[in-house]
Design a protein around this ligand. Structure first.
Ligand code: PMP
Length: 389
């Protein structure tokens, strides 16, 4: 028997398989609503103008690629804390490190939580990003799910959320999407965030916030409002930040882990644990993406241009959402949802017929990436949908 014989075949990533099928489909007017990246009206995912300019500036000024350290680019991590949390005091109860993407931040955050309380329970509303449960489980945390969203009514099941968090014990963890919920687009409103923040604080539940789409929902400040409420209410909190979407640097893998400690005197000790865990995982994060974004945000002109580009991206998503909702039916509430994704109540059979009969490609779950459409093709999609329902 070979050494690796005990390993079972793992299922292929269905979304990656969809990319290949889409590419090989010769039909004109085919629509790709599958993969979770932003697209412009031409269907491309371009490098942002401000990012290109920052890369050029970095190329001209960077004089060494010598090692940094497990914390990565410190200026970058401070920028991420400021983007997420506003004008906060970074010398006090906050500590942050650069990570390989939001996934790296989630993994490192989960390991920090697991190292503090081995086997701790994490409450996760479902449906959620499919990588959440395995990342949490890999850190030895116990995942406890509850219902976040009803696909048929297209609404958040807020009573179920509050019921679940009311059952959680002190020292449990609550994983919460900061904005642009993946896969449903259904975000808490401010009153709901306030109720959650109060509950977490009253019950001693530790928030684990995942902010991966800031600026793609309603705006940079609005999209962080929930995260800020929770971090104000709870003494200790963990925030996984991804800037792979809002800076369009997906493959460069750019993120940060930010941890809020109960007292300023705790940060050094907790930071030393974060760094030890990072060292055991990846020694130090890849530098390029973080250095580019720090360069961009340090330059007022580039930062202003990035904000303009992000405004255009967000407006495009909101415009497509409005166009889709105008068709009513299962699309009627898509304009109440935010970011790139919505989850439609479609059976696997309908998803298959959309693909085979109408060249519309989407995840088997019924998740659509609205960025794969345009205001013009929204009608084409609505028509195909109506023909399959
Ligand atoms: N959290 C959520 C909710 C996501 O959707 C994603 C990416 N799909 C991530 C985290 C991870 O982002 P990254 O690509 O930066 O690892």
């Amino acid at each position: 028997m070979s050494f690796f014989q005990p390993l079972a075949q793992q299922p292929a990533d269905a979304l990656l398989a969809l990319i290949g099928m889409f590419r090989n489909d010769p039909r004109p007017g085919k629509l790709d609503l599958g993969v979770g990246v932003f697209r412009d009206d031409a269907g491309n995912t371009p490098v942002m103008r401000s990012v290109k300019a920052a890369e050029k500036k970095l190329w001209e000024t960077q004089d060494s690629k010598s090692y940094l350290g497990p914390e990565g680019n410190v200026a970058f991590a401070r920028h991420m804390a400021r983007l997420a949390l506003g004008d906060v005091d970074l010398s006090g109860r906050l500590t942050g490190v650069q990570t390989p993407g939001g996934t790296g931040a989630l993994r490192l955050g989960a390991e920090l939580l697991g190292a503090t309380k081995p086997g701790a329970t994490v409450w996760v509303g479902t449906p959620t990003w499919p990588n959440h449960p395995p990342v949490l489980a890999a850190a030895g945390l116990k995942v406890q799910t509850y219902k976040h969203f009803d696909t048929n009514t297209q609404a958040i099941t807020f009573d179920a959320v509050m019921d679940a968090l009311n059952k959680a014990q002190a020292g449990d963890i609550a994983l919460l999407h900061g904005c642009c919920h993946n896969p449903t687009g259904a975000d808490f409103d401010l009153d709901q965030w306030k109720a959650i923040a109060e509950l977490l604080s009253a019950r001693g539940i530790v928030p684990f916030l995942d902010l991966a789409y800031q600026g793609l929902g309603l705006g940079m400040e609005q999209d962080a409002a929930g995260v800020r409420l929770v971090m104000d209410a709870c003494p200790e909190a963990v925030l996984a930040y991804s800037c792979d979407k809002n800076f369009g640097v997906y493959r460069d893998r750019v993120g940060a882990l930010i941890v809020q400690t109960a007292a300023a005197g705790d940060t050094d000790r907790i930071s030393s644990n974060i760094l030890a865990l990072a060292r055991a995982n990846w020694s130090m994060p890849p530098d390029h993406g973080g250095a580019v974004i720090a360069t961009l945000l340090d330059d007022a002109t580039l930062a202003a241009d990035w904000k303009l580009e992000l405004d255009t991206m967000r407006d495009r998503l909101l415009g497509i959402r409005a166009a889709l909702a105008g068709h009513g039916g299962v699309l009627g509430r898509v304009d109440q949802q935010r970011g790139m994704f919505s989850l439609l109540p479609l059976s696997p059979d309908v998803v298959k017929r959309l693909r085979e009969d109408h060249a519309v490609y989407m995840a088997g779950s019924g998740r659509i990436n609205v960025a794969g459409l345009s205001v013009e093709t929204a009608g084409q999609f609505a028509k195909a949908l109506a023909a399959c329902l």
